[in-house]
Write a protein that binds this ligand. Structure first.
Ligand code: GLN
Length: 196
């Protein structure tokens, strides 16, 4: 079986490279017909969550993928992907040009967490550090206009906190990160995903 990588927009190729280095086969999901190919894992890459969400809805991918996630298919979500999984999303003011507008659902909302988009402000949104993720120590962490997790609900286990902010959680089959493990050479996060 293969891992499906959502390839509508953003940093999906880098996830494919990391997974292929671990011997995993990847397929790309862009439209409904791509779901006919067999896969048993899903990657939601970084990028722009509003754009990805809109395309997911337009392509009719939102409901069928949500169903697979709810059925327990392992999913690795990074950055914008984390935002797409979160049940509750807060926009920061500087990014909130369309704040307050009523929009049709365009995210999965399967992860019991509240995320704040572009949470670090323009200057601090992109940085590199190292941290602990669950049992993994010294994990390289690249943040790019990153969200953080303001609150993880009882169903979500906190795996990593950087500077007092939650940056990784796991809820059963869902592993969600505010940073980009695919941009560093450390394969441990992708290996952990393949072991889910
Ligand atoms: N700022 C982006 C968003 O809100 C996320 C950035 C990223 O995925 N690197 O969707």
């Amino acid at each position: 079986m293969a891992t499906a990588v959502l390839a509508l927009q953003g940093a999906f190729i880098e996830h494919e490279r990391r997974l292929e280095e671990l011997g995993e086969q990847c397929i790309e999901i862009r439209e409904l017909s791509d779901l006919k190919r067999p896969f048993n894992r899903l990657v939601l890459p970084g990028g722009e969550s509003t754009v990805q969400g809109r395309l997911l809805r337009q392509e009719g991918l939102l409901a069928p993928l949500k169903e697979r996630i709810e059925e327990g298919m392992p999913v690795l979500a990074t950055c914008a992907g984390l935002i797409l999984l979160a049940q509750r999303i807060e926009d920061t003011i500087e990014d909130g040009a369309d704040r307050g507008q009523v929009r049709p659902p365009q995210h999965f909302g399967t992860l019991d967490a509240t995320v704040v988009r572009n949470a670090y402000g323009r200057q601090l949104g992109s940085f590199h550090t190292q941290g602990t993720v669950g049992k993994l120590e010294g994990v390289p962490m690249t943040f790019i206009r990153a969200p953080f997790i303001k609150e993880a609900g009882p169903k979500a286990e906190v795996l990593s906190v950087v500077d007092g902010r939650i940056v990784a959680v796991r809820q059963r089959n869902q592993l969600a990160l505010a940073f980009h493990p695919e941009l560093d050479q450390d394969l441990r996060i992708h290996r952990a995903f393949l072991a889910l």
